[in-house]
Design a protein around this ligand. Structure first.
Ligand code: OFO
Length: 165
């Protein structure tokens, strides 16, 4: 059985995962109307789906443990980006915030001696390590590419295989 405090904290994470999904969905839609970003478009849409899965996993867990997974209202995400680099910078910053939030949940679980939730959260801890690594890698590559069109072409081609390990 989850404590009230833990239920609320997990539901805040549901909101955060929903916001992530929505933000990447917006990035996907923006990328889809840019020339030559087919790979990036697929990457963002797929990432959005993954975030929805993260949200759903939390909802099921809360419900299984005597709580109620609350489907949150969402603000409109950022819709347009001055460059692909800016979109990926935003993605990286967002993932760092998500990692902080997961760490905070782990801390609550430990304080409350809620070892089941602690165990459940370990999947998210490792997922965040991978998400941050991937986002950092994309940012580093885009930094190197700069305005080089052929570099961007290769980036777009390769991003589908630059997946999580
Ligand atoms: Fe849910 O991992 Fe990204 O935000």
């Amino acid at each position: 059985m989850l404590s009230q405090n833990m239920k609320e904290a997990l539901n805040r994470q549901v909101l955060m995962e929903a916001q992530s999904s929505q933000a990447y969905l917006a990035m996907g839609s923006w990328a889809e109307i840019q020339p030559g970003l087919k790979g990036v478009t697929q990457f963002f849409f797929r990432h959005s789906d993954e975030e929805r899965m993260h949200m759903l996993k939390l909802i099921h867990y809360i419900n299984e443990r005597g709580g109620f997974g609350i489907i949150p209202a969402l603000d409109q995400p950022v819709l347009t980006f001055v460059s692909l680099k800016k979109a990926f910078e935003q993605l990286f910053e967002h993932e760092v915030k998500v990692s902080e939030s997961i760490n905070n949940l782990v801390e609550i679980a430990l304080t409350e001696k809620d070892y089941a939730t602690h165990n459940f959260l370990q999947w998210y801890v490792m997922e965040q390590v991978e998400e941050e690594r991937l986002a950092r890698e994309c940012n580093d590559k885009l930094e190197m590419i700069g305005d080089d069109k052929s570099g961007l072409y290769l980036f777009d081609r390769d991003i589908m295989t630059m997946d999580k390990e």
